[in-house]
Design a protein around this ligand. Structure first.
Ligand SMILES: NC(=O)c1ccc[n+]([C@@H]2O[C@H](COP(=O)([O-])OP(=O)(O)OC[C@H]3O[C@@H](n4cnc5c(N)ncnc54)[C@H](O)[C@@H]3O)[C@@H](O)[C@H]2O)c1
Length: 433
């Protein structure tokens, strides 16, 4: 506590991705010495050169930390012993049967356990099912003969990062902190209070773990609801976007969510299934969550069907046609393509015999991912290029797009984001999906 108070504590961060890197920056800005760990040698080398591989965090963030000192990164995990606090931000993906893949969390817990010493604070930030901190991490540490809450401290604090968001950042997003025991909550909350404006201690690690899942499931369920509304209202010839705008005028009791071509990003498509899996242990069905997942996962099929019907109306078969997908990132104005539905759209259209290209101002080329390896490069977007395609599919509404220019030159547009709402004329060529 003393070292936290006088900011002489070394803060170690494991997993220097979308969550870990800005977190390191937050503690560095608060005056702490930070030590980052990652298994990816390219990331470590880039950071040593002062390069930031996450563009939305700005070009100078890493350079500034390097110049200020108190900043180091390594893939030598024996140096975990140097850290007074260790915060783990490693991935928590799904396995091929939608089951939690905790291998990264387990590996990290083993790394920490190897050098665990008296006085260390360990915090897990990765999104996961309730009791992970207590059941997966704690036993590995106690096996060292150290006592939690006395010799070391262990807590869970969910990350609520929204990459690309301008109005909130790591420092200003309120932080939940729940310890394995009251002393752990106290120490972890004291640390975060130095770097984050508002810290909210909760009574246990399980409350903090579950709160994060509730936040993400709330989004998944509400997005599924508007996706269902979209399919129903579209079939009735009613504009779902205008309906959402209209409902949003109610000053209480309604929060707008927006339909799309499917779920993307690291969190919403994945996290609900962590709870679904864990719920089986207590014999509880999670029908609501699974139904939401089913509807959201169906959306790319719905979009492809709308697109092929629109082509059919124009006497065109998908087979042999040329389709341009606009937007590969899963949301506007970022280069994050993780779990992006655009990949599924491209694969489904290609499976039906279409030739597909894409354009994304933030993603010049595709790279190998867990489930996809498309080997594609973004085309140059121009009036002449647009005319080459039988259909333009709007998957992501990046602000950089000139929708009027696109509408003026595309033969047919399938718009999953209401991006073309202000386009003048050409309405006959625009289908919403
Ligand atoms: N991205 C978000 O917006 C977001 C928001 C809230 C919560 N989360 C959660 O935070 C966690 C991390 O997500 P992320 O988006 O930062 O992932 P990421 O893929 O951007 O970063 C994870 C990093 O961990 C590294 N890594 C993997 N195994 C490691 C190991 N054994 N030791 C050290 N480093 C290792 C990877 O090389 C990578 O750099 C996940 O549980 C995620 O669900 C993410």
């Amino acid at each position: 506590m003393q070292r936290i108070e006088d900011r002489s504590a070394v803060v170690g961060v494991i997993g220097l991705g979308y969550v870990g890197l800005p977190l390191m920056h937050a503690f560095h800005s608060a005056g702490f010495r930070v030590l980052g760990f990652d298994v990816d040698p390219e990331k470590i080398a880039a950071l040593h050169r002062g390069e930031n591989y996450l563009r939305h965090l700005g070009p100078t963030m890493v350079k500034d930390m390097l110049a200020a000192g108190r900043f180091d990164v390594t893939n030598d995990f024996s140096r975990l012993a140097d850290a007074d606090a260790i915060i783990s931000c490693v991935p928590t993906p799904l396995g091929s049967h939608l089951e939690p893949d905790l291998s990264y969390v387990e590996k990290t817990a083993e790394d920490i356990a190897t050098t665990l010493r008296k006085g260390q604070l360990v915090v897990l930030e990765s999104t996961t099912y309730p009791r992970t901190t207590r059941e997966v991490m704690l036993p590995k540490f106690e096996a060292k003969g150290l006592r939690c809450g006395v010799d070391f401290f262990l807590a869970y604090s969910p990350e609520r990062e929204d990459p690309g968001r301008k109005d909130f950042n790591t420092q200003t997003i309120p932080k939940l902190v729940g310890g394995i025991d009251p002393p752990s909550t106290e120490v972890a909350a004291a640390l975060y209070r130095k770097a984050v404006k508002q810290v909210i201690p909760v009574s246990s690690a399980e409350v903090a773990e579950s709160a994060k899942l509730l936040e993400n499931i709330y989004r998944a369920v509400n997005i599924a609801l508007v996706n269902e509304m979209k399919m129903v209202l579209t079939a009735m010839g009613i504009d779902v976007w205008e309906v959402i705008r209209a409902a949003s005028t109610k000053p209480f009791g309604f929060q707008p969510f927006f339909p799309g071509p499917g779920l993307g990003g690291h969190c919403i498509p994945i996290d609900p299934f962590y709870l679904t899996w864990k719920a089986r242990e207590v014999g509880m069905p999670t029908r609501f969550i699974e139904l939401a997942g089913e509807i959201n996962r169906h959306m790319p099929d719905y979009v492809v069907r709308r697109l092929s019907l629109a082509m059919n109306d124009r006497g065109k078969a998908l087979k042999g046609s040329k389709i341009l997908v606009l937007g590969l990132a899963y949301k506007p104005d970022v280069d994050d393509v993780r779990e992006s539905p655009s990949f599924e759209l491209i694969e489904k259209l290609e499976a039906l015999g279409a030739h597909v290209d894409y354009h994304d101002p933030h993603v010049p080329a595709t790279h190998k991912m867990r489930h996809h390896d498309l080997h594609m490069k973004s085309i140059e977007l121009s009036p002449a290029a647009l005319k080459e395609y039988d259909c333009v599919l709007i998957a992501t509404h990046h602000a950089a797009y000139d929708w009027q220019m696109i509408a003026d030159h595309a033969k047919l547009i399938v718009d999953t984001r209401n991006a073309t709402r202000n386009v003048k004329g050409k309405r006959d060529h625009i289908i919403s999906a």
